[in-house]
Design a protein around this ligand. Structure first.
Ligand SMILES: [Zn+2]
Length: 215
């Protein structure tokens, strides 16, 4: 049984890295962002609550995140373990989480803010089929058009420089105390998030003592 937490700023690739670990190790990937998106898309009661919070320009509160994570973990479908992304959000949650679940490792993907800005502000999205693009790494074949469906690509509404700065500030403020707490327990593995995806994945595996990634 492997129980991992992955931490990293938006754009650090933690979603992709988590999925690569999940597929290979049969872990359950618990992504707080994905859970909320699912509820919003499927118009559940929780989804309506999240939509109201975001429409008011606010962030989903720590308590709501915690109850969603608790409920998800209570499903106990993680026979081989889990990798959790988007939690814990503060020191109190980190403390509770470590005591309840005996975490094996915290993977901390490091990415300098300048690199985050470069990655995030070059993101484009197809509003029709949901395909993601990046003007640096994943350019569409025809400029401004989706490779899959041909629809015109757009920038996500919250990928403005101002919104990104606010999210970066929020991330650093929230992450610092959580990381400090985990560091005291000596479970944090810092991994450089700048190299290509597979290199990052192998760096994660090396530090966790896992076999190298093979496609
Ligand atoms: Zn498309």
């Amino acid at each position: 049984m492997r129980k991992y937490v992955i931490m990293g700023v938006q754009g650090s690739g933690k979603g992709t890295q988590s999925q690569m670990l999940r597929d290979d190790l049969d872990l359950v990937h618990i992504s707080v962002g994905d859970i909320f998106r699912w509820h919003v898309r499927n118009r559940t009661k929780l989804g309506a609550q999240v939509r109201r919070i975001m429409a008011a320009g606010e962030l989903v509160g720590d308590d709501l995140v915690e109850s969603v994570v608790r409920r998800r973990l209570d499903d106990h479908d993680w026979n081989f373990g889990f990798i959790i992304d988007g939690f814990p959000r503060n020191g109190r949650q980190a403390e509770f989480f470590m005591e309840s679940y005996d975490i094996d490792a915290v993977i901390h993907l490091e990415l300098p803010d300048d690199e985050v800005r470069r990655r995030v502000l070059n993101r484009r999205l197809c509003p029709n089929c949901g395909m993601d693009y990046n003007l640096i790494a994943d350019r569409p074949e025809v400029e401004g058009r989706c490779d899959i469906c041909g629809h015109e690509l757009v920038t996500r509404a919250d990928d403005t420089p101002e919104a990104l700065e606010a999210r970066l500030r929020d991330y650093h403020e929230k992450t610092r105390p959580v990381l400090e707490l985990f560091r005291r327990k000596e479970v944090v593995h810092d991994v450089d998030g700048r190299p290509p995806l597979e290199d990052v994945q192998n760096a994660i595996r090396k530090t966790l003592g896992l076999p190298a990634y093979t496609r």
